[in-house]
Design a protein around this ligand. Sequence first.
Ligand SMILES: [Ca+2]
Ligand SMILES: [Ca+2]
Length: 145
Amino acid sequence: MSFFEGPFEAEPNNSYLQANGPLHSGKIYEGYPNDLRDYFSIYLCAEGQITVNLTNHTGEAVQLQLFYQSTNNLVTYDVAPPYEVVHTPARPGWYYIYIFTGAGHQSVTPYNLQVWYTPLTAVDNYLSFMMKFFGSSDFGVAIHE
Ligand SMILES: [Ca+2]
Ligand SMILES: [Ca+2]
């Protein structure tokens, strides 16, 4: 699997099948609000957390939506600035980020899109298991010198 480097969107990206991706976590991507639909994708290889941030969007009737696996499964959305969606715990698999621009289309000032996704590591899973088991996160770790 090779990442989409961008940093500028590649049109056409007007359905989830044409999504630009997978995006790097934390990287700033740019796109023009020059049409109705821009799709991007990320891939989670393990259960984790997703945060999507859309800034500097000059369009009108803007919606930021997050889908799981296909556009049949809407996970969460935001229709007012500052556009941000957070999803946790997020199951492994493909996620599609959909930026809808209802009006005010232009190709001068780009928006910024930034997505953070953090797979819960094996250590996190082990710690949460231990916390359930012992009811505490203090395991009395012995430091050896
Ligand atoms: Ca665009
Ligand atoms: Ca587009």
